[in-house]
Every structure is written in structure tokens, then in C-alpha cells.
Design a protein around this ligand. Structure first.
Ligand SMILES: Nc1nc2c(ncn2[C@@H]2O[C@H](COP(=O)(O)OP(=O)(O)OP(=O)(O)O)[C@@H](O)[C@H]2O)c(=O)[nH]1
Ligand SMILES: [Mg+2]
Length: 295
């Protein structure tokens, strides 16, 4: 069998389960997940290599209309991923399926000029009939036959999806070493794991006003020493993140430490603070220093 390889871009509206599916396909928790929309901000690379195939998955931020400079960066990430993509893996949320769904799907994926596979996700929440109707409607509107039902949360349908992906990929070389999993450095994932806890413990708009800045990452100690700041936009937000008697910050730090230790497979010391960087979401210099372009 000829070796096949290429970039599979995972795209779709926000909160449809792109990152959950990406992690399931890659077999590692590389992307952070939350019930809130707009969780993912950067493209995340995940490489899966076997004897016959190398699939290079790219998880992307959800497609959204830009309100902040940060959103412009997120939308540019999708554009950049598209430039190298060999296959589009478009995700839709089956539990939100309704009569006008095909119009939305057409608008979201119709313009992509590469082989398309559409995965209807969250089908654990809907009936088989409803999933089938959704499949048919999308097949008709996109003129693509490869429409599958999956549930990223429990792995349902992933085998069939893997087969479809292999079929769609072009013949090609192994681009990355076979044991390589991703490209981003460890400190990027450490920051993301802290951000995931911020998304879980803070409510409403506050998570969106935060970013994580890793100030120190020292590995040559018995415990990896990590100094990190949760950046907020205003003084009033700082108090909320810290919480009464420091309780909220303590909980975020405690949970993040456990996740980082599991990820690094080492003990860590996490020194976590909150800092104000006024209106960072609107400032190019702030965005750049926090890892959000502009590129
Ligand atoms: N029931 C169910 N929930 C799912 C499934 N896949 C994802 N979810 C949930 O949907 C929510 C959003 O998941 P994410 O993977 O963060 O979605 P995303 O598309 O990456 O979202 P953004 O990065 O914010 O655009 C989370 O609460 C997930 O647990 C699924 O197959 N079934
Ligand atoms: Mg995501």
C-alpha cells in the first residue's frame, strides 16, 4: 500500500466539538476543551503516524465575526491553516440540527476548494433518524458524499472517520519523524492548561478577557518551577480572579497543577499570579507578547 500523508484541517463553528474530536483522533489531550464558545485561540498541531499514513491534524479556533483584534488573529489562524491543508474535516453539531442547517453548512464550508469530509458531532445527543436526516441534507447541499456521524466524547464513529480520512489524503512522504506528536513547545501547553482552568472556574465574559503569560519555566530542579500570570484587562477583574480570601485563584492553581503534572509526567511547583494589562485584547504589542500574532 502506498504511503499517504497530509494536513487535515479541523474547522467549524465555535463550540461544535472540534478540539474534543482533535484530541480523540490524536489520542492525546493536546487541545483544551470547555463548554464555553471561543475556547481555542491558536492552531494546534497533532501528528498521527502509522506504517501507511501520516495524518497531520490542525485544530483551529471556531469561525466567528471579529469584535476584537484577538478575533482577527483567531480568524487569520484559520486562513493560515487553509493554505497548507490537503483535506478539510468540517465539524457540525448534530444536536443543533434544524431546517436551515444546510444553509449554514454551505456558508461555512462551501468555499473550501479541497476534498471535504463532514463529521456530524454530538450524535450521542440525538436519535439515529435525526442524524441520518442531517447527513442527507448536508450531502445534498455540499455535493460531498463523505458525511459521517460521530460522537467525539465517546469515540463513536471514529474508526469510519479514520478510514475516510486515509482515503481522502494524497500519496506523499512522511513529513515529520514518526515519534513526533506536535510542534508547539511544552510551555505553550502549560499556558493552555492554566487557561482551561480559567475557562472552567470563571463565569460569563471574564474568561475571554484573560490570557496566560509564562514568566519562568525552569526544568533543572527536582520540581519543574513554573511562574505564570493570569492577565486580565481591568483592576476590577483582578479581584474576581483572585476571589474571596484568594479562593478562586487557589482552586485554579491547584487544578492546573494536577493537569500540568499529568502532561509533563513530572512534579511541578506552580507560582500563579494575576496581573492587569489594560485592554490587551485590542493592542498589537500585548497580543504579540501573549502569543497571539499579528503575523
Ligand atoms: N454530548 C457531547 N458533547 C460533546 C461532544 N464533543 C464535544 N462535546 C462538548 O462540547 C463542548 C465544546 O467542545 P470543544 O471541543 O471545546 O469545542 P470546540 O469546537 O473546540 O470549541 P471552540 O474552541 O470554543 O471553538 C464541550 O463541553 C464538550 O465536552 C460529543 O460528541 N457529545
Ligand atoms: Mg476548540
Amino acid at each position: 500500500m502506498a504511503f499517504k500523508s497530509g494536513y487535515v484541517i479541523i474547522a467549524g463553528r465555535t463550540n461544535v466539538g472540534k478540539s474534543t474530536l482533535f484530541n480523540a483522533l490524536v489520542g492525546e489531550r493536546l487541545s483544551i476543551i470547555s463548554p464555553k464558545p471561543q475556547t481555542t485561540r491558536n492552531n494546534i498541531l497533532g501528528i498521527v503516524t502509522d506504517k501507511q499514513t501520516q495524518m497531520i491534524f490542525l485544530d483551529t479556533p471556531g469561525i466567528l465575526s471579529a469584535r476584537y483584534r484577538l478575533h482577527e488573529f483567531m480568524n487569520r489562524q484559520i486562513g493560515r491553516a487553509y493554505q497548507n491543508a490537503d483535506v478539510l474535516l468540517g465539524i457540525v453539531d448534530g444536536s443543533e440540527f434544524n431546517a436551515s442547517y444546510d444553509v449554514e453548512v454551505q456558508q461555512t464550508f462551501g468555499k473550501w476548494d479541497i476534498p471535504k469530509i463532514i463529521a456530524i458531532n454530538k450524535t450521542d445527543l440525538i436519535s439515529r433518524e435525526r442524524a441520518k436526516r442531517c447527513e442527507q441534507q448536508i450531502r445534498a447541499s455540499l455535493a460531498t458524499q463523505t458525511v459521517l456521524s460521530v460522537a467525539a466524547i465517546n469515540g463513536q464513529g471514529l474508526k469510519a472517520l479514520h478510514t475516510a480520512l486515509r482515503q481522502a489524503l494524497p500519496k506523499g512522504p512522511q513529513y515529520y519523524p514518526e515519534d513526533m506528536l506536535t510542534e508547539q513547545p511544552e510551555r505553550f501547553f502549560v499556558a493552555e492548561l492554566i487557561r482551561e482552568e480559567v475557562f472552567h472556574h470563571l463565569r460569563r465574559e471574564l474568561p475571554y478577557a484573560t490570557a496566560i503569560d509564562i514568566e519562568a519555566f525552569e526544568e533543572n530542579r527536582p520540581k519543574v518551577y513554573i511562574q505564570a500570570n493570569i492577565i486580565v484587562e481591568r483592576n476590577s477583574q483582578k479581584g474576581i480572579v483572585i476571589g474571596r480570601g484568594g479562593k478562586t485563584l487557589k482552586t485554579i492553581g491547584h487544578q492546573a497543577r494536577k493537569k500540568i503534572e499529568a502532561f509533563l509526567e513530572r512534579s511541578i511547583y506552580l507560582d500563579l499570579h494575576v496581573k492587569v494589562y489594560k485592554n490587551w485584547r485590542k493592542k498589537d504589542t500585548a497580543l504579540r507578547s501573549l502569543g497571539y500574532g499579528p503575523s
